[in-house]
Write a protein that binds this ligand. Structure first.
Ligand SMILES: C[S@@+](CC[C@H](N)C(=O)[O-])C[C@H]1O[C@@H](n2cnc3c(N)ncnc32)[C@H](O)[C@@H]1O
Length: 440
């Protein structure tokens, strides 16, 4: 196979191996993690962030496991209830081992370097390690009809056009990339994603391995569907020419103008960038006459001005030097697990657009702020900082007083004289504050 990847910094070719890669031009090293090349900018930082998310997952799931064991040993439980709790606990325990093993390359065990900092408190926007794990079961266990539906959307939108060198953005588990390469036979298919779990599993399966993990369906009705032990495997031999990589699709590891087709399934509203940035990035990577095949719902997040509707999407795509060749809108079942008590139907909007010219370069956002990638730059004092600082000072003050003996009244009195504020209103404010802290 020809060299597939380019250095995302300087676009020198760095293929074709699945192993660690090195850019001969700018000198950047790109490691292989779980057998998947990691072609993201600042791969050491990306890897240690996901390493710390693994650590959080193991801590939280370990605590939950202990909690479930205690719950199962509690009095007054129906035998069936006890059994159900034990079932979930065992499933959790087995999955922890499998997940830790999948992420082994993300753990940096240097015995000479002690761990000096605790994990920061997880904030609401921080993705969990298990985000998108439900895709694993749909794609490699029970969702063949959903996979066929996605493939049919690609086939209809492509309408017989030559697909050439193709990339799937937000490839997830790699299932659509697998189906495209197997049935539509482009020259090659690159599946790019930034979220490791689905891609780590997909890469294993594509190497011919099998894996067991538990599916925890939503709203289950019977004991055996609370935690289902699933065997994941590829349904057919993997085709030649399919490659997966950890990569930012907005800064893809391929040279500008080098792809014939870009497929964005359930991606443009999930990528976290303004559609104009995404459209410009897709334009840049395609050769003149190249094809952009998009489909998925329009569930954009962010300011109202960026929650685009179908007509606005069309306008933006055309303003980025594309001409629309086909369009579709239909209802598509999404995550219809046979064991789940609930399912989703998405109104899918799709188009095929051909690149008719170059568009003005819109610089895609960097994965990490420059001061994170370059530790010698000053850390900005952002607008959220004063509130965060104030909150931390208060939290430290309050937590340092909790010793298992003091009451709220005693805390209010001690903190009131420390901070020079009256204790009575402080007492009233401490109650809702403490009510929201996790004590169990
Ligand atoms: C809604 S999921 C869709 C997954 C899959 N295409 C499907 O149809 O089920 C969106 C995917 O986009 C990925 N993604 C988001 N931002 C990305 C980026 N900048 N580069 C690559 N992948 C990204 C996510 O990790 C996730 O796998």
């Amino acid at each position: 196979m020809p060299e597939l990847y380019a250095c995302p910094r300087c676009y020198a070719a760095v293929g074709p191996a699945d192993d660690a890669l090195h850019c001969g031009r700018c000198g950047t090293d790109y490691p292989s993690l779980g057998g998947v090349p990691c072609l993201v900018e600042d791969s050491p930082l990306w890897r240690s962030i996901w390493g710390s998310r693994l650590h959080d997952y193991l801590e939280v799931s370990g605590t939950r496991f202990e909690g479930l064991r205690r719950e199962a040993g509690g009095p007054n439980l129906l035998p069936r209830t006890r059994q159900r709790i034990e079932r979930v606990a065992s499933a959790l325990e087995l999955d922890r081992t499998t997940v830790a093993e999948l992420f082994a390359d993300f753990v940096q065990n240097d015995p000479g370097v002690p761990t000096l900092l605790p994990s920061p408190a997880v904030h609401s926007g921080d993705p969990s390690l298990l985000q998108y794990s439900e895709h694993l079961f749909r794609d490699w266990v029970w969702g063949d009809d959903e996979s066929e539906r996605s493939l049919s959307l690609v086939t209809r939108l492509a309408n017989g056009r030559r697909l050439g060198k193709l990339a799937v953005y937000g490839a997830g588990t790699g299932r659509l990339a697998f189906d495209i390469q197997r049935t539509l036979e482009p020259e090659c298919t690159l599946g790019l994603d930034l979220n490791p779990l689905p891609l780590l599993v997909g890469a294993r399966l594509l190497r011919g391995e099998e894996l067991e993990l538990h599916e925890f369906p939503l709203a289950p009705h019977s004991e055996d569907s609370v935690a289902l032990r699933r065997r994941l495997r590829v349904p057919l031999a993997p085709p030649h020419g399919l490659r997966l990589a950890f990569a930012d699709a907005l800064r893809p590891p391929v040279a500008p103008g080098s792809l014939d087709t870009v497929v964005t399934p359930w991606f443009i509203d999930a990528v976290g960038a303004d559609l104009r940035t995404t459209a410009a990035a897709v334009n840049r990577v395609l050769r003149p006459g190249g094809l952009w095949l998009n489909f998925g719902p329009l569930r954009f997040q962010g300011p109202l001005a960026t929650l685009y509707l179908a007509d606005e999407v069309e306008d933006i795509v055309e303003s980025c030097s594309f001409t629309q060749r086909a369009e579709l809108e239909e209802d598509v079942p999404y995550f219809r697990s046979p064991s789940s008590g609930t399912a989703r139907i998405d109104r899918v909007f799709g188009f095929a657009a051909e690149k008719i010219g170059e568009t003005a370069l819109v610089e895609p956002p960097h994965l990490f702020a420059p001061w994170l990638s370059n530790p010698s730059l000053p850390i900005p004092f952002g607008p959220a900082m004063p509130a965060l600082r104030k909150q931390s000072v208060f939290t430290v003050g309050i937590l340092s007083m909790i010793d298992g003996r003091r009451s709220i009244r005693e805390l209010a009195s001690a903190l009131g004289s420390q901070w020079g504020v009256p204790p009575a209103p402080l007492e009233e404010q401490l109650r809702p504050y403490l009510a929201r802290l996790p004590f169990d």
